[in-house]
Design a protein. Structure first.
Length: 94
C-alpha cells in the first residue's frame, strides 16, 4: 500500500467527522494516541510489552497524523517525497 492510498482511505472513511471536529480537536486526539504509543514503548522497554498492542498504537498514531494532514489539505506522500527524497533529503541527522 502506498501512503497516498492510506490517506485516501482515511479521508473516505472519516473526513466528514474529522473536518467537523477541526484541527484543534483532532490534534488533541493525535496527542492522546502519541501518549498511548509512549506507554506501549515503555512497557516494551520494561520487558512486559505486547508487540500486537504496540503495532496497533503505531497504526493509530499514523492514522491520526494522516487525519490532520487531510484536514489541512496536505498530501503526505508528496510532502515526504519533497522533504526526504528530493535534493538528497534534509541535511543533518534524523
Amino acid at each position: 500500500m502506498r501512503i497516498a492510498e492510506f490517506q485516501r482511505h482515511i479521508r473516505d472513511r472519516y473526513h466528514a467527522t474529522d473536518a467537523a471536529r477541526g484541527v484543534p480537536g483532532t490534534y488533541l486526539w493525535f496527542s492522546e494516541e502519541v501518549g498511548e504509543l509512549a506507554e506501549a514503548l515503555g512497557h516494551r522497554e520494561r520487558g512486559d510489552g505486547d508487540d500486537t498492542h504496540l503495532a496497533e498504537e503505531f497504526a493509530d498514531v499514523l492514522a491520526w497524523l494522516t487525519t490532520l494532514a487531510n484536514i489541512c489539505d496536505i498530501d503526505l506522500e508528496d510532502a515526504i517525497h519533497r522533504k526526504y527524497f528530493e535534493n538528497g533529503g534534509p541535511a543533518g541527522t534524523k
